[in-house]
Design a protein around this ligand. Structure first.
Ligand code: UT7
Length: 336
């Protein structure tokens, strides 16, 4: 790989990070107005203490815009420098078009391509991989990757919605990814997987292209479904495998990685992966206690906060990994 870099094939490097979370804090106990639940149950089962929810009406593209502005400023770039926007979300503003074009317009851009991707919690990792390929081939030099979600509007506030409803939050994260010819830096490898056999284990099945049932009396409507235990079991296994393949590809030992950033779905998933590799939890950046599961936004929010706290320094070895609905999962190995 180093030979390619020397021959002039650029690598993709994250040069700016930003994040935005809505100001409204919703604590676990606040959820008791809808659900038979408790702070103790939510915290011990998931590690979540509170999450952020938007005030309605709100726009996913707008959340992404705030995060993007911060990422661009930190990279010293203006919107006009962007060659491609990749927008990862499971909660777009509209059924169609995607939120990427809305963000493009908000940024004051005229015809910059905007690509929406539907990879749920793995959206940021998939987006990194897509950005990496475009930059390596030389097609684009500067890519804006955004993960943004408004999930408080699809939560099922009926009593039976409590298992899913207590886990999710709103927010956005963004990364500016640029071509670099500096040897040894940037995204070294990405590893993507999916398994549609499990599509129905974690989904919002309506509105759907298959039926108009959601318009009919007695319809199930827009309600999320999750087979929590099954998803948890797969998440631990697949996230562990995704970290393993990144380590093996780079020839890194688990302990020589400076920071692991795993999708924030449940702190117990991160603990299980840490235990599997005999690593201390200090090697993992976590903020699930503050934001819950922000799906495609979770990894870029973590990266932005880790960077702001000085936990991402030039030359650091970093592995990011995610698992989510689809099922989709994957990882990336980077040198900061
Ligand atoms: O981001 C995509 C990936 N998502 C994930 O990876 C999430 C994976 N799954 C999980 O994180 C966990 O399965 C949950 C946090 C969703 C649930 O934890 P669990 O330990 O698997 O709990 P459970 O579903 O087995 O529920 C245990 C009990 C049940 O009561 P019974 O049947 O034992 O009487 C539930 O009805 O807890 C009850 N329960 C609740 N109690 C209070 C379920 N939800 C709640 C709630 N508050 N919100």
């Amino acid at each position: 790989m180093e030979a390619f870099v020397l021959l002039g094939m650029p690598r993709a490097c994250i040069t700016g990070l930003g994040r935005y979370v809505p100001p409204k804090v919703v604590k676990n106990d606040d959820l008791r107005q809808w659900f038979d639940t408790s702070d103790e149950w939510i915290y011990t089962r998931s590690g979540i203490r509170e999450r952020r929810w938007v005030e309605e009406p709100a726009s996913t593209a707008e959340l992404g815009y705030y995060a993007a502005r911060e990422a661009l400023a930190r990279a010293g770039k203006s919107p006009q420098d962007i060659d491609l926007i990749i927008f990862a979300t499971l909660s777009p503003d509209m059924y169609f078009p995607g939120s990427g074009v809305l963000l493009q317009h908000k940024l004051g851009l005229e015809t910059t391509p905007a690509l929406d991707i539907r990879q749920q919690c793995s959206g940021f990792v998939y987006g990194l991989s897509i950005a990496d390929q475009y930059i390596r081939t030389g097609m684009y030099k500067t890519i804006l990757l955004v993960g943004a979600e408004i999930q408080s509007t699809w939560i099922d506030y009926h009593p039976e919605g409590r298992t899913v409803g207590v886990l999710f939050g709103d927010g956005a994260g963004a990364a500016v990814i640029e071509a670099t010819e500096e040897p040894g830096r940037g995204i070294l490898s990405t590893h993507l997987y999916s398994q549609g056999a499990y599509a129905m284990e974690l989904c919002v099945a309506e509105p759907s292209s298959a039926t108009r049932r959601h318009e009919l009396p007695g319809s199930y409507g827009m309600r999320p479904y999750m087979n929590g235990k099954e998803v948890f079991r797969h998440a631990v296994q697949r996230m562990g495998e995704a970290v393993q393949v990144a380590l093996a590809t780079q020839g890194w030992q688990p302990e020589e990685v400076d920071l692991y950033v795993l999708h924030q779905a449940n702190i117990r998933i991160v603990q299980a992966v840490a235990e599997f590799f005999s690593l201390p939890m200090e090697k993992f950046y976590n903020n699930i206690h503050k934001y819950g599961n922000t799906t495609a936004a979770s990894i870029p929010i973590c990266l932005a906060e880790a960077w702001a706290e000085g936990r991402l320094k030039k030359g650091d070895k970093v592995i990011v990994a995610a698992f989510g609905s689809g099922f989709t999962w994957g990882s990336a190995a980077l040198v900061w």
